[in-house]
Write a protein that binds this ligand. Sequence first.
Ligand SMILES: O=C([O-])CC(=O)C(=O)O
Length: 163
Amino acid sequence: MVTDALTPLPTADLVDEYGDRLRVCDTQFRQFGGRRAFCGRVRTISCHEDNGLVKELLRTPGEGCVLVVDGGGSVHTALTGDLIAASAVENGWAGLVVNGAVRDSAALAELPIGIKALGTNPRKSAKDGRGAVDVPVGFGGVTFFPGDVLHADDDGVVLLPAD
Ligand SMILES: O=C([O-])CC(=O)C(=O)O
């Protein structure tokens, strides 16, 4: 799955162009990464206050994908910090969308990657690796399927189907 060629497009323009064929996520994310506009094919992780799988997956080649982490909306622990995000940059991931919290936010802002999350918490997550990779996940009124094309910017997060 090589998607490095994708260019982020303004989400509002995509809504105008695609109408109801576009899925628009209602979640009001905050921006944490150094790239405020990003896009890529979706990969997913579903987990709860455990970022073992996130750490492991972001150590593998991202090929321009965006990792959508559904932490169930919990902001009790951080699912990503600066070390995990730096490894995502090194491995060619385009961005992270986290339905949960992050930490090391000052450092995240310096990294050349998109990171949207609900908020921050300095508390670490467990590292047991509980959860699932590349399963459909749902929040903000939409389902994120692995392979969907995701565009994100200051206005929001939108999804186009894989084909
Ligand atoms: O290890 C963690 O859970 C998150 C973290 O602090 C980092 O990525 O630097």
